[in-house]
Design a protein around this ligand. Structure first.
Ligand SMILES: Nc1nc2c(c(=O)[nH]1)N[C@H]1C(S)=C(S)[C@@H](COP(=O)(O)O)O[C@H]1N2
Ligand SMILES: [Mo]
Length: 210
């Protein structure tokens, strides 16, 4: 965990400093069973909560040294990070080169300081949605709390004001309209994870269902 964390932070620092240039991406970017789209479909539970940036609050707690409730101005005062990644939905569409801006999960972790006992993270959203991830999956250089897409404020239908992006997992692992992040010493399955979807959700092994 420690070495992986340091390596992720080094990759992140190179992006933050502008030293990491956009590389020619591999041509085999499409995970098995996926097809490329360019229209950014919308998927939700039939509810698109309306949360203005003024009302938005993100509680971050559980097994952390410094629990915090972040409001919009707090989020904006944190280091702002832009990254480009591919987006893979389990319903078989993928969209390439999605540009996200927000706060890196690594910055958030530095702010709240997870305890050594923290191994898992549960995300809760304003629509009642939940999803879970191992902490080491979140502590990667491409994971962020995004408030903008393609340089523009994230639309409500896509989870604005703030959503989670975890590019190396199917997209249901990233909570739209995120309102609470809880660090835990055990795994608690989220909305789709208790309904037959994979707990691990790796697009490259077509790890779709459990
Ligand atoms: N809060 C919340 N987050 C969510 C969902 C949801 O219903 N509610 N759907 C998930 C699923 S299944 C996918 S594929 C992506 C879809 O994101 P998009 O609507 O921006 O394409 O959001 C994920 N995050
Ligand atoms: Mo999905």
């Amino acid at each position: 965990m420690k070495e992986a964390y340091i390596a992720a932070k080094e990759r992140w620092a190179r992006k933050m400093s502008g030293e990491a240039r956009p590389e020619a991406r591999s041509t085999d970017r499409l995970p098995p069973g996926q097809r490329q789209v360019t229209n950014f479909p919308v998927l939700d539970l039939g509810i698109k909560p309306e949360v203005s940036s003024d009302q938005w609050e993100l509680r971050v707690g559980g097994l952390v040294e410094s629990p915090v409730t972040l409001r919009w101005s707090d989020l904006m005062a944190m280091p702002q990070f832009t990254d480009v990644s591919d987006f893979h939905c389990v319903t078989t569409w993928s969209q390439f080169d999605m540009s996200w801006t927000g706060v890196s999960f690594l910055s958030l972790a530095e702010r709240v300081r997870p305890m050594a006992s923290a191994t898992h993270v549960l995300f809760r959203s304003y629509d009642g949605y939940t999803t879970n991830n191992p902490l080491d999956v979140c502590m990667d250089d491409d994971v962020l709390l995004a408030h903008s897409w393609g340089g523009k404020p994230l639309a409500r239908e896509h989870g604005g004001p703030v959503r989670v992006i975890i590019p190396k997992r199917y997209a249901w692992k990233g909570a739209k309209w995120v309102r609470e992040i809880t660090f835990m010493d055990h795994d608690v399955r989220g909305f789709w994870e208790v309904r037959g979807y994979s707990n691990t959700a790796d697009p490259w092994t077509e790890d779709r269902f459990s």
